[in-house]
Design a protein around this ligand. Sequence first.
Ligand SMILES: *Cc1c(COP(=O)(O)O)cnc(C)c1O
Length: 217
Amino acid sequence: MSIKENLLVVTNTIPDTVTLVAVSKTKPMSFIQEAYDEGQRIFGENRVQEMTEKWQEMPKDIEWHMIGHLQRNKVKYMAEYVSLVHGVDSPRLLAEINKQAEKHNRIISCLLQVHIAEEDTKFGFNEEELLELVSTKEFKTYKHIKIVGLMGMATFTDNMDQVRREFKNLKDLYTKLKNNYTDFNILSMGMSGDYNIAIEEGSTMVRIGSSIFGSRN
Ligand SMILES: *Cc1c(COP(=O)(O)O)cnc(C)c1O
C-alpha cells in the first residue's frame, strides 16, 4: 500500500479528538512530502540532526516533534523551531530546554516521559520522581518551557493485557496531575502496534511510524 492509503487507514481508525504524529524518522523527505500532500502537518523524529535537516528543507507549516531520547548538548540545534518535545526524562534536560528556548525568546512545550514499561531499556521518570520534580522551586521558575502533559511507551510484548495495564497506569497518573496543572492537555501514548489500546485507555496523541511509512531497518 502507498503512504497515502496507509495514512487514510490510520486516520480512519483514530477519533477526531486524538492527534496523529506521523513518525518519519529514518525516512526520506519525499515520504514526508507525500503525507504532507494528504494534509498531515505533524511529524515526529528521534534524532536532532535529521530533524533539523528536514525542517530546513520542508514546508514551514510543519510541526516538528522530538519523540526520542534527547541529549542535552543537542537541544540548542532545535530550540528555534521544535514544537513539542515528548521525551523529557530528567530535570537537567528540562533546565537546558528552558535555557535554549530563552535564547530564541520562545516557550517550548514539553511532555514528561514516564517509565511505564517493565523493561529496563525505556527512559523516563517513575511516579515518585515525577511528583517530586513538579513540586521543586526550580520547576516553577522556568519561564520558557510549558509542561503540557505526559508521554509513555509500553513494554514491547505480545501480551496486550500488560500493555493495557501500563497505559492505564499512565492515564491514572495523568489524571492525578491534570487536577493540579491546568496546562496539561496531552497524553502521548500509542505506536503502530498498540495505538488502538492506547486510545481506548485515554490517549490524546499517538505516534505512528511504520503503519504509515513502512517498516524501518
Ligand atoms: C519510533 C517511535 C515511534 C513509532 O514507532 P512505530 O512502531 O513505527 O509506529 C513512536 N514513539 C517513539 C518514541 C519512537 O521512537
